[in-house]
Structure formats: C-alpha cells, structure tokens
Design a protein around this ligand. Structure first.
Ligand code: FAD
Length: 423
C-alpha cells in the first residue's frame, strides 16, 4: 500500500488547518514543508497520522501489516462471542485522508540524519518522527516460553492468529479439563485484560464445559478493578475460577509446553489449555532508535511525548512510559492527539500547551455484563499523574441493568474509536 499526495490534497490540508484554527507548520531550513513520519499504524500511530494530516502537515505512515487486528474485544473472540472479522481493519481510508501510506517494516532509525530505514533498504527522511510500535513479547523472560512455546500455549496478547488459536484450543478441550492463565507483573499492555479473559473463559466453561476448572496465576497481588472482578467471579463462577496471587505463589517461574505444565515456586500445574501472557517491552524499533531505557519502555516528556533520550522522536501508545496512564487503546488514541498537536506546535515554533488526557477501560465479566475504570491525567513533575478526584470505577453493588448498560457503552466505544481511527 503506497499512495501519493497531490495538489488537491495540499489545498484540502490548508482548508482543514484553517478550519481547525491551526497554523500551518513553518518551512524547514531547506525550504521544504516539514515532514513527519509515523511508524506503527495501530490505535496510537493511525490516530496521530490522521491528526497531523488534519493540521496540514506532510505525514507518512509506515505500517508493516496490510490489516490491523484490534486488541479490544479480542477476549470476546476467544470466548466465541464475536467474530475475528469484527477486529480487522484496513488502511484505505487513511490514504484517502491525505496520509502517505507505506506498507513496510521500519528496520532502523538514524536520529542524527533524521532518517527511517525500511526493510527493503530504502529510507524516509523526517523532521520529526512519531513512534507507535506497540509491544514486543519478551520471549527471553520466562524459562521455557519462547516463540515455539507460544504456538502451544498462546499468549494471544497481540490479536490475530494467536487469538484464534486460543479460541480453537478452548473449543476442543473436553469437559473436565483445566485452563491455566499466567499474568505478568506490571507494566504490560491492557492491565485489566487478563482478568477479562479469565471472566470470559470462565463463562465458556460454565455454559459449555461445567466440569472444567480455570486457574489464574498472577505475578502480583493487586490489579485493576480487582474488587469488581472478584465480586463478579464470586457471583458468576463460584468453584470454577481459582485466583492465585503472588503472595499465595502465583508467580509463574517456568513452563514446559511439551508436558503442558506451568510451574511456580510452590506447585506445578498440569493444563489442558494454557494462555501464558509473558512480560513485555516496547516494540523492537524503539530499542533500535535508542528511545527505550533499561526497562524496555520509552521515557517521554508528558507535554509533547518527545523522547527523553533522543530529540526529534516522539513515542506514544503502549511503548511509552506514560506515568499513571494505563497501556490501552483509549490511552494511545488520546496520547496521539496530544502528541500530534505538540508536533504541529513545535514545527510552527509555538510552545505546546499542557494537556489533560482521559482513559476509560471497559471489561466484560460475562456477555452483556461489564465494569469500567476511568481516569484523567495531567503532567506533574515530569510525569503523567492522576487528576485527584477525577474518574473512578463502576459501583461495586450496581444492579444487572447498570452492568448491561456498561456492556452497551463498551460496544459503542469500540464502534466509535475504530470508526474514528480506521473508518
Ligand atoms: P498497537 O495497536 O499494537 O499498534 C502498533 C502497530 O505498529 C502495529 O500495527 C504493528 O504492526 C506496527 N509496527 C510495529 N513495529 C513496526 C515497525 N518496525 N515498522 C512498521 N510497523 C510497525 N485497550 C482498550 O483501550 N480497551 C480494551 O478493552 C482493551 N482490551 C484489550 C484486550 C486484549 C486481550 C489486548 C491484548 C489488548 C487490549 N487493549 C485494550 C489494549 C490495546 O490493544 C493496546 O493498548 C493498543 O493497541 C495500543 O496501541 P498502540 O498503537 O500503542 O500499539
């Protein structure tokens, strides 16, 4: 997918920028209009590319895949509640929105020369670069868990083939089987995601394989929406779902895909189906660009999302260290808009304004039954911190009608964000 700009696009950009009250970016010293390259066309990168194009900036989006498969609602695919087709989105509409699309994997970045290298050896020059590569799974972090093991014990933490594999394994498991989910320590993509997965797998077992058991092994003691999840599990899945926190020996120390065993310091669990969610880090290109620190994630300025390590490169979405903001599609989308505005300001020689960002994460605990957490974030002492008193979680004692309404909101949110980003 490669498409090119034209004069109509330039005129339209000017119109959109004027309509949005945004000043067009200053020419660079070389006398050409400034160019921004965005690497990664997920919720973060695709949103940033759109916002930059709307600000009248010459933007190129580099994305390795022809189709994007969304993470939100992928747990519903695993439980057979949603077809994978509902997760898949193309990039054609972004091309029509005035973005130059390059379907390629970025393999290197030269920050001094301001150039991105692509897998075919060609390059793209930039004045500013936005990196939104999402996550890589750390296949070096958990003994026994490498890429080959993931084909047996799916992480399903990058939606797509892994999601379908876990769905098939669950479907094929005989009644009376044991499912094990391993959850990593923080930070990782989508903090409540493993517990939503546990809830929906428990729903599958309860309704289709009632003699089966689900064991959730957690490398921590506290997690997002914990009281809400645990109240739902007690009400909906008593005796079926066993949760083992770190303090009770929940940290997985090794796996053996041949024996289908999952080991902790206290016990060895034999699984019929095992979903192992390993520790993660920013997508590989972040490390190659030098914007990831020793944690594997990317420290950023909370006003501009510019890397603290390499000037001229901005990092958004899951790859960034965004303080109190969780790694979610909602966050990536919000960060992308703030970052695009800051990039437009910096290119035009204006000082970016201090932002406020919002995140809401819905989780299904059963079909038509959802809980949520919301937060507002702002820069404090160089990091994104919670705005005190803003946001919160669903009430613990909400009636079924409220939970059903939240499930409807979750679907509306997914429809809206995917239409905004890819539609
Ligand atoms: P991604 O969406 O992963 O996008 C990164 C893109 O970059 C990919 O398309 C990749 O192909 C591309 N890329 C990477 N490296 C390169 C390269 N070198 N060259 C070219 N392209 C490259 N979030 C929510 O808000 N709500 C939810 O309910 C929710 N549920 C979830 C449930 C599950 C099971 C999972 C796994 C995730 C869930 N999430 C949810 C989290 C959400 O999916 C991520 O937070 C979000 O996708 C992050 O967006 P991103 O743009 O940072 O990364």
């Amino acid at each position: 997918m490669r498409c090119c700009g034209n004069t109509r696009r330039a005129t339209r950009r000017g119109f959109l920028a004027a309509a949005a009250g945004l000043a067009l970016a200053r020419p660079t010293l070389a006398g050409t209009a400034p160019r921004v390259v965005v690497v990664g066309g997920g919720f973060g990168g695709a949103t940033a590319a759109r916002a930059l194009a709307q600000a009248g900036i010459d933007v190129t989006l580099v994305e390795g895949s022809a189709t994007y498969t969304a993470g939100p609602f992928s747990n519903a695919v695993i439980a057979g509640l949603q077809p994978i087709a509902a997760q898949r989105f193309g990039y054609d509409r972004l091309g029509a929105a005035g973005i130059t699309l390059v379907r390629a994997t970025a393999t290197g970045i030269d920050p001094a020369g301001r150039r991105v290298t692509l897998a075919d050896g060609s390059g793209l020059a930039y004045d500013r670069l936005v990196l939104a590569p999402g996550i890589d799974l750390r296949f070096d972090a958990l003994p026994g868990y490498d890429e080959a093991a993931a084909a047996v014990m799916p992480h399903a933490w990058k939606a797509g083939e892994q999601t379908l594999l876990l769905a098939r394994q669950l479907d094929a498991m005989p009644d009376g089987g044991t499912v094990v989910i391993a959850v990593p320590a923080n930070p990782y993509r989508c903090p409540p995601g493993p517990y939503e997965r546990a809830s929906l797998i428990a729903h599958v077992l309860k309704t289709r394989k009632p003699r089966s058991k689900l064991i959730v092994l957690d490398a921590k003691d506290a997690f997002s929406k914990q009281r809400l999840f645990q109240a739902a599990w007690a009400a909906l899945y008593p005796g079926l779902l066993e949760y083992v926190p770190l303090a009770a020996g929940g940290q997985v120390t090794a796996v053996d895909p041949a024996a289908m065993t999952v080991q902790t310091d206290f016990a060895t669990y034999k699984a019929d189906v095992a979903s192992i969610i390993p520790p993660q880090r920013a997508g590989r290109i972040a490390g190659l660009a030098g914007v990831a620190d020793r944690s594997g994630w990317c420290p950023i300025d909370p006003v501009t999302f510019e890397s603290r390590l390499v000037p001229g490169i901005h990092v958004i979405g899951d790859a960034a260290i965004a303080g109190a903001m969780p790694k979610s599609a909602f966050s990536a989308n919000a960060q992308a808009k703030v970052c695009a505005r800051a990039v437009a300001d910096l290119l035009a020689g204006r000082a970016p304004e201090e932002p406020k960002l919002i995140n809401t994460c819905y989780s299904l605990v059963a079909p038509g039954n959802a809980i949520s957490v919301a937060g507002v974030f702002h820069p404090v002492a160089g990091i994104l911190a919670d705005v005190e008193g803003a946001g919160g979680t669903s009430p613990l004692d909400a009636p079924d009608a409220v939970r059903a309404q939240e499930a409807a909101y979750a679907e509306d949110w997914y429809r809206t964000i995917t239409a905004e980003v890819f539609g």
